[in-house]
Design a protein around this ligand. Structure first.
Ligand SMILES: [Zn+2]
Length: 229
């Protein structure tokens, strides 16, 4: 039976202040946030996130697909599968403050709470921020997670172009990342036991029901099509 851990709460002021600090990067007059992937704003936000992960004493790395990963090491070396949790910090044009950041900073806050309470976990936890989740700049999206799943190849990075004619490969290089190594980000299916993501509600089910949280049973699967008639 699992050991019960009573009366542990996160530091709500800390997570709120970090959400607000992150929302300052790319803040628009309308109140929204524009932080498209690998833009100067995104790169600034990525640095800030990595600092916060380092302050939390996580093992921080950027994988070959540009995903930022902060790992809380396991205590049982025989358990190789980790639990992964996170989201993204890039945004669409004039996006919301919480779409993505809540999942990343919520995961970070959970890990900090685990540490502060001296809880040792047998399995490692990886807090992740996926690169180019939204796809607003290069009209694709999930470029970081597709790299991790082996669903995208090196050539795709040259085919993705933003409105200024900059390819994903070029933007990746400018960010100090090497597109030639992109395919090495692929993880073996057995290396991740479970993935958990907190996300701001995108419909009105919770709002209409005056509920603070819910568990999704399905999600919209966006697809980009180019049709010639
Ligand atoms: Zn999102």
């Amino acid at each position: 039976m699992a050991k019960q851990i009573a009366n542990i709460s996160i530091n709500t002021e800390r997570i709120w202040s970090q959400l607000m600090e992150l929302a300052e990067i790319g803040k628009q007059e309308s109140g929204g946030v524009t932080r498209t992937s690998l833009s100067p704003e995104d790169l600034t936000a990525r640095k800030l996130l990595m600092n916060w992960m380092q302050e939390t004493d996580l093992e921080v790395r950027v994988d070959e697909a540009g995903n930022i990963i902060g790992r809380l090491p396991r205590t049982d070396e025989s358990i190789t599968e980790s639990v992964m949790t996170g989201s993204h910090i890039d945004s669409v044009l004039n996006g919301g403050k919480f779409d993505g950041p809540l999942g990343v900073l919520g995961a970070l806050e959970a890990v900090r709470t685990i540490q502060e309470n001296g809880i040792k976990l047998k399995r490692s936890i990886e807090v992740i921020s996926f690169t180019d989740e939204e796809g607003a700049r290069f009209s694709a999206g999930f470029t970081g997670s597709k790299g991790m799943c082996g669903l995208f190849g090196r050539h795709h990075l040259d085919e993705m172009v933003d409105q200024d004619g900059i390819t994903y490969s070029q933007a990746f290089l400018q960010a100090g990342l090497n597109p030639d190594n992109y395919e090495n980000a692929k993880r073996e299916p057995g290396s991740i036991k479970a993935f958990v993501e907190i996300h701001i509600e995108q419909g009105k089910v919770l709002e209409n029901g005056d509920l603070s949280v819910g568990i999704v049973t399905g999600i919209a699967g966006p697809m980009w099509l180019e049709v010639t008639i």
